[in-house]
Write a new protein. Structure first.
Length: 417
C-alpha cells in the first residue's frame, strides 16, 4: 500500500488544522507534534510559496494514482496473483471492471483528487479574500504566481474528475462541493471540461513563460479532443508543446513516490503489463517492460512483465509531452480532412524520437495507425482508457465499468447521489 504524507493542503489543514496520522504513516524522534497547521497562519504573502508547493504535491499524488489505476482498468495493466507480491483484491476488481463502492484503491485516488482540487480552489479563495499583498513588484509577482497555480491546477483537477469518475461506471460525472454542508450533484464530464478549460484560459493569461503557455495549450487540446471537438483540439495544439520542450511531469521524493514504481514496478508489482508491450518494447528505444518475478514454485511461471520506465521511486511521470501534442495534430489531419502527408510527418517525428523507422509513402495513415501509435507512445500515462472509450475498443464487456465509480464515502456524504 502506498502511504501519503500530504504536503498538499486540502481539507486536512485549512479548517483550523487536522491530524496527518493514518494508514500506518508515522514520524518518530521529533521534537513535539508537527502534524497541525492553523489555517489562518497561511493567510500572508510570505506563505504563497508554501501554498503553491502544497498544490503541486496534490497534483503528484492525484496524477500517478490515476495513471496506474486507469491503465489497470484499461487493457494496459493486469492483476495477476501469480506475480510475486501481487495480493490486493482491490486491484483485481479494477482489472475486471467490477469495482465495488468500498474499493479502497479507488477511494484513495478519489480522495487525493478532491484534496488536490480543494487546495487549488482554496488558494484562489485566499488570494481573492484573505491575503494582503504588498504594493510593490514582489507583491505583484506573488499574486500572479498564486493565481496562475490556483487556476492551472484547479483546471487539471476538474479534468481528472471529468475523465475518470462516474456515478454509474458508464457516463462521466463527479460532484464539486464548495460547501461541505451543501454538496453538489454530480456534474457531467462536458461541464467539468468546460470549467477546466475556463480555468486554463485564465491561467494562460497569467503564465510567466512561453513554455507554460504551451503546456496549457497542449492540455486544452487534450481536453477538447476527449470532449469530441477535434477542430478545437487542433487549434490549441498548433500552439502547444514543440520538440525542444521537456515534458510537464509529476515530481516525486522519498516521501511521495511514483505510484508506477510502488504499484507496478520494482517497488511492488501489483499491476503487471499486457504481453503486447513486449513486442512494442523491441521496437521502442525506451525500455518499456521487464520481467516480473512469479510468486513461487508450483504456480503459473509466466513469463510476466512490469513497466520498466520508472526504475527509481523518484522518477518523474510525464503528464504532457510534445509527442502527444503532435499526435493530436495528426489525429485532426486523419479525421477532419487534413493532409495525409502532414499526419505522416507528425507521426514520423514521434517515431524518430523513439528510434523507429519512418513510415513509407505507401503505409496507411488511418485510425488503426493512430490508435497503435498512441498505445505505444502514451504507455503508462493513463490515457489508454479514454482512447478505448472514444474509439469503441474497450476490451471488457458492455456491462463492465469504464469509469471509476464515485466511492461509497462520497455517496454517504452527498444526498444528491
Amino acid at each position: 500500500m502506498k502511504h501519503y504524507i500530504h504536503t498538499g493542503l486540502a481539507g486536512l489543514l485549512l479548517l483550523g488544522g487536522a491530524s496527518l496520522t493514518g494508514c500506518d504513516s508515522f514520524v518518530e524522534d521529533i521534537d513535539g507534534p508537527v502534524d497541525r497547521v492553523v489555517g489562518d497562519s497561511l493567510d500572508s504573502q510570505g506563505q504563497i510559496p508554501f501554498l503553491i508547493t502544497g498544490v503541486k504535491e496534490g497534483f503528484n499524488d492525484s496524477y500517478d494514482q490515476l495513471a496506474t489505476l486507469s491503465d489497470l482498468l484499461a487493457d494496459v495493466g493486469q492483476f495477476n496473483p501469480a506475480v510475486q507480491n501481487s495480493t490486493f483484491p482491490t486491484f483485481g476488481e479494477i482489472d475486471r471492471g467490477e469495482i465495488e463502492l468500498d474499493n479502497n484503491s479507488n477511494d484513495n485516488a478519489y480522495d487525493a483528487v478532491n484534496e488536490y482540487r480543494f487546495s487549488a480552489d482554496d488558494l484562489l479563495r485566499r488570494v481573492n479574500e484573505t491575503i494582503e499583498f504588498s504594493d510593490d513588484e514582489d507583491g505583484a509577482e506573488a499574486r500572479r504566481a498564486a493565481l496562475y497555480s490556483a487556476n492551472f491546477h484547479g483546471g487539471v483537477a476538474r479534468y481528472f474528475l471529468g475523465t475518470y469518475y462516474s456515478v454509474d461506471g458508464q457516463n462521466g460525472a463527479a460532484p464539486i462541493s464548495e460547501d461541505q454542508e451543501n454538496p453538489s450533484a454530480p456534474i457531467p464530464t462536458a461541464e467539468l471540461y468546460a470549467q477546466a478549460d475556463a480555468k486554463l484560459a485564465e491561467a494562460a493569461g497569467l503564465a510567466a513563460t512561453d513554455y507554460d503557455r504551451r503546456v496549457i495549450n497542449t492540455l486544452r487540446a487534450r481536453i477538447a479532443l476527449f470532449g469530441g471537438d477535434r477542430d478545437a483540439a487542433a487549434n490549441f495544439a498548433q500552439n502547444g508543446l514543440v520538440q525542444t520542450d521537456e515534458p510537464y511531469s509529476g515530481r516525486y521524493t522519498s516521501l511521495s513516490t511514483n505510484a508506477w514504481w510502488i504499484d507496478g514496478g520494482r517497488g511492488r508489482t501489483q499491476i503487471s503489463i499486457n504481453d503486447r508491450f513486449v513486442d512494442l518494447d523491441s521496437l521502442d528505444s525506451r525500455s518499456l517492460v521487464e520481467i516480473a518475478p512469479p510468486r513461487d514454485a508450483g504456480v503459473d511461471p509466466g513469463p510476466f512483465y512490469r513497466q520498466a520506465l520508472y526504475l527509481m521511486n523518484s522518477d518523474p511521470l510525464p503528464f504532457l509531452t510534445w509527442q502527444e501534442n503532435a499526435l493530436i495534430l495528426a489525429e485532426a489531419d486523419i479525421f477532419d480532412g487534413g493532409d495525409d502527408n502532414d499526419a505522416r510527418t507528425r507521426i514520423n517525428a514521434v517515431r524518430t524520437s523513439r528510434g523507429l523507422a519512418d513510415l513509407e509513402d505507401g503505409d496507411a495513415i488511418d485510425q488503426d495507425l493512430l490508435i497503435a501509435t498512441r498505445d505505444r507512445e502514451l504507455f503508462t500515462l493513463g490515457l489508454r482508457l479514454v482512447d478505448q472509450r472514444r474509439f469503441g475498443i474497450f476490451h471488457l464487456g458492455p456491462d463492465k465499468q469504464r469509469f471509476f465509480p464515485l466511492p461509497q464515502t462520497e455517496r454517504n456524504a452527498n444526498p444528491n447521489i
